[in-house]
Design a protein around this ligand. Structure first.
Ligand SMILES: *[C@@H]1O[C@H](CO)[C@@H](O)[C@H](O)[C@H]1NC(C)=O
Ligand SMILES: *[C@@H]1O[C@H](CO)[C@@H](O)[C@H](O)[C@H]1NC(C)=O
Ligand SMILES: *[C@@H]1O[C@H](CO)[C@@H](O)[C@H](O)[C@H]1NC(C)=O
Ligand SMILES: [Zn+2]
Length: 580
C-alpha cells in the first residue's frame, strides 16, 4: 500500500510547488526533462524603509565610521552579532549597501540573508531580512558525505553533470519545516544546457533543493564565430554566461525588461528609439530577408537582435578575462547603447566612449554600395571592432576613456579592435587569414589581410614612418603583429574551442586573450607601439611567469619592433640577449 502511493505523493508535491499550495513568494519549482521535479524554499523576508533614514548605534559617536562598520552595527543590533557575517557591499553614488548572511557555527545559511542601505549621512534608509528567528533544528556542522560523494548524488538525481570549473561549497539551508540542514551546493548542468544549483543534504545525499540558474533566453542571431547573413542565422539558446551576466541580459536591477534593454547592452532602433520586445517568452526571433532593404521591420528587428546578442556575448567573454565592474566595464548604470541602423551618416560605424559610470554608444550604420543596402548590425566583425573600442578606452588609464587619443595610441586602438574581431572569427589552430568589413563594404576595408603569409602581409614597424594620417592604417600593423602572436601561441599551445567561457584553459588562444586584456591595464595613458609591446611582455611575466617571453619577442623582432627599436620607427630585428 505504502509503496503504491508513493508516485501519487510525488505528483501532489510537484503540483504543490508549482504554486497551488505553497506561496509563490517563498517557493519555486523546477521540472527536468527526465520528469524529475524539485522545489526550493526562500524564507519570508521583512522589508522596512525609513525615508530620511534612522541612526545606527554608531551614529551618535563622534568619530567617522566606514559605511560597512556603520551598517554592521545596525545589523548586529537588530539580528545579533554572532549570526551576522558580512558578504558584500559597495558605495554607490547616492547610497551604500551591505549584504550579509545568517550563520550558525560559522557556516553561512544560504537562503537567510539581510541587507541595509544607508544614505550619505550614514543613516539607514532600508533594511530587509530573511533571518530565521527560531529554527527548530540545526544540523551538525560536520558533513557525512564528502563533496565528491555529493556531486555523484546530485548528478545521479538530476541526470546532469558538474559544471566544469565551478566550486562546491558547504552551507546551511533553511527548509520550510523550520529545520536547518547542512548541504553541499553543487552547480549542475542539466538537459545538456541549463545550469542549476543543487543543494545536497550532507547527511542523506538527497537533493533537497534545486534552483534554476538559467535565464534561458533564445536569440536568432549570426553565431559569434561566423560573420554575416550569408553564413546564416541560428536560434541560439541560452547564451547568457551565468558568471558574467548572472541575472541574464535583459534584467535591470532585478526586473526583467523582456526587451533588448539590458544591464550590459541597450539596443534601440535609432529612428524610433524603441527597444525590441521578445517574440514570445524570452525568445527573440525574426527572419532576415536579404532581398529587401535592411530597414523593413522584420529586418530591422533581426538586426537589433543580432547586435544585442553579439555585444552581450563580447561583454561576457571579456568579463571572464578581467573586464569587470572593478576594471571599469560597461554594466549596471552604464550599459553600452547600440543605435541600430543609425542614420547619422552612412558607410561607417562608430563607438563613442565615456568614462566609467556613463554609457558608451555604438552607432551601426547602413552601407550604400549595394542595393538592397547592407547593415553593419549583421556583420559580426563590425560589432566586434566597435565594441573593442569600449574595452580598450576604458582599460587604458583606469576608466577615464581619454587615454587612446594621441595619434600612435589611436592607431593601436584601431589595431586592437580589428584584432579582437580576428580572434573571435578563428575556429581552429590553423588560423584563417582575416579581412574586415567584407560584407558591408564588398571587399576588405583594410589594405592587406591579416595573415602569417608574408606574401599577403609583410608590414613591419617602419610602416609608422609613412605620412598617412589615418589611425586605421597604422592599426593594421598592430593587428598584423597580434595575428602573428596568436598564430605563434596556438602553434605552441593548441586551440581551445571553449575559450569564450573558460579562461583557465592553457590553450594558445586563451593565453593570447589574457595577454591582450592584462596588457591594457598595465600600459600608460596614450601608449606608443613600443610601450604597448612592453606591456604585452610584462603581462606574460605577471600571469605566466614569463614563460612565453622569447616566443613573444620572436614575433615582435620578426617584424622590426625588436628589443632595440626606438621612436624613430626604423626596423630593428634584435632579440633580447637571453632569447638569442
Ligand atoms: C529555468 O528557467 C528558464 C527561464 O524561465 C526556463 O526556460 C527553464 O526551463 C528553467 N529550467 C528548468 C530546468 O526548469
Ligand atoms: C531601459 O530600462 C531603463 C531601466 O528600467 C529605463 O530607465 C529606460 O528608460 C529603458 N530604456 C528604453 C529605451 O526602453
Ligand atoms: C612587401 O610586399 C610588397 C608586395 O605586396 C612588396 O612590393 C614589398 O617589396 C614587400 N616589402 C618587403 C620589405 O619585403
Ligand atoms: Zn575603429
Amino acid at each position: 500500500m505504502v509503496l503504491a502511493t508513493l508516485p501519487v505523493l510525488a505528483v501532489l508535491l510537484a503540483r504543490a510547488y508549482a504554486g497551488s499550495v505553497h506561496s509563490r513568494a517563498t517557493h519555486s519549482s523546477i521540472v527536468l526533462e527526465n520528469g524529475a521535479e524539485f522545489g526550493a524554499y526562500h524564507p519570508p523576508t521583512t522589508f522596512e524603509v525609513f525615508e530620511a533614514g534612522i541612526d545606527t548605534p554608531l551614529t551618535a559617536r563622534a568619530e567617522k565610521r566606514s559605511f560597512k562598520d556603520n551598517a554592521l552595527s545596525f545589523l548586529h543590533d537588530r539580528l545579533g552579532s554572532e549570526a551576522v557575517q558580512y558578504r558584500s557591499g559597495y558605495e554607490g553614488e547616492v547610497a551604500s549597501h551591505v549584504y550579509v548572511n545568517q550563520h550558525f557555527h560559522g557556516i553561512r545559511v544560504s537562503n537567510a540573508m539581510a541587507n541595509v542601505a544607508q544614505n550619505k549621512d550614514g543613516k539607514i534608509t532600508a533594511f530587509s531580512s530573511s533571518f530565521l528567528r527560531n529554527p527548530r533544528k540545526i544540523a551538525s556542522s560536520t558533513p557525512k558525505l564528502s563533496s565528491q560523494q555529493a556531486v555523484a548524488r546530485a548528478t545521479a538525481q538530476l541526470g546532469g553533470a558538474l559544471i566544469p570549473g565551478r566550486e562546491i561549497h558547504l552551507e546551511y539551508l533553511a527548509i520550510d519545516s523550520g529545520n536547518v540542514e547542512l548541504v553541499h551546493v553543487v552547480p549542475v548542468e542539466v538537459d545538456g544546457l541549463r545550469h542549476v544549483l543543487a543543494y545536497v543534504n550532507a547527511a542523506t545525499g538527497d537533493a533537497v533543493s534545486v534552483i534554476n540558474q538559467s535565464f534561458d533566453a533564445s536569440f536568432r542571431a549570426i553565431p559569434p564565430s561566423l560573420n554575416n547573413p550569408n553564413d546564416g542565422f541560428s536560434l541560439i539558446v541560452n547564451p547568457e554566461d551565468p558568471l558574467a551576466s548572472p541575472n541574464g541580459w535583459t534584467t535591470i536591477n532585478g526586473v526583467n525588461t523582456h526587451s533588448t534593454n539590458g544591464t550590459n547592452i541597450r539596443a534601440i532602433i535609432y529612428t524610433t528609439k524603441a527597444t525590441i520586445p521578445e517574440s514570445s517568452d524570452d525568445v527573440w526571433d525574426s527572419t532576415w530577408d536579404a532581398t529587401v532593404q535592411p530597414t523593413v521591420s522584420a529586418n530591422a528587428r533581426a538586426a537589433a537582435i543580432n547586435s544585442f546578442h553579439l555585444a552581450n556575448v563580447i561583454h561576457d567573454i571579456t568579463y571572464r578575462y578581467g573586464f569587470t565592474e572593478s576594471a571599469f566595464n560597461f554594466q549596471g548604470n552604464d550599459p553600452v547603447i547600440v543605435n541600430v541602423q543609425s542614420t547619422i551618416t552612412t558607410n561607417n560605424a562608430f563607438f563613442s566612449t565615456a568614462p566609467d559610470g556613463t554609457s558608451g554608444q555604438i552607432d551601426m550604420l547602413l552601407w550604400t554600395r549595394t542595393n538592397p543596402r547592407r547593415d553593419g548590425d549583421v556583420e559580426n566583425d563590425v560589432m566586434a571592432h566597435e565594441w573593442t573600442h569600449g574595452l580598450t578606452t576604458r582599460m587604458t588609464g583606469g576608466g577615464v576613456s581619454t587615454c587612446l587619443d594621441a595619434f600612435e595610441a589611436s592607431g593601436l586602438g584601431e589595431g586592437w579592435s580589428d584584432s579582437f574581431a580576428d580572434w573571435l572569427a578563428q575556429t581552429s589552430a590553423t588560423l584563417k587569414d582575416f579581412e574586415l568589413g567584407v560584407y558591408v563594404f564588398g571587399s576588405n576595408l583594410r589594405t592587406k589581410p591579416y595573415s602569417v603569409d608574408p606574401a599577403r602581409n609583410n608590414y613591419t614597424y617602419s610602416l609608422l614612418q609613412q605620412s598617412s594620417n589615418d589611425p586605421h592604417f597604422f592599426g593594421e600593423l598592430w593587428a598584423e603583429l597580434l595575428h602573428l602572436q596568436l598564430d605563434a601561441l596556438v602553434k605552441e599551445y593548441g586551440f581551445a574551442s571553449d575559450a569564450h567561457t573558460n579562461p583557465d584553459s592553457t590553450a594558445g588562444n586563451v593565453v593570447w586573450l589574457h595577454l591582450f586584456i592584462d596588457a591594457l591595464a598595465l600600459q600608460p595613458c596614450n601608449p606608443t607601439f613600443l610601450q604597448a609591446r612592453l606591456a604585452w611582455i610584462q603581462a606574460d611575466a605577471n600571469r605566466y611567469n614569463g614563460a612565453n617571453k622569447c616566443l613573444l619577442w620572436g614575433v615582435w623582432a620578426g617584424r622590426g619592433i625588436g628589443i632595440n627599436a626606438d621612436s624613430s620607427h626604423v626596423d630593428n630585428f634584435d632579440l633580447p640577449a637571453d632569447c638569442q
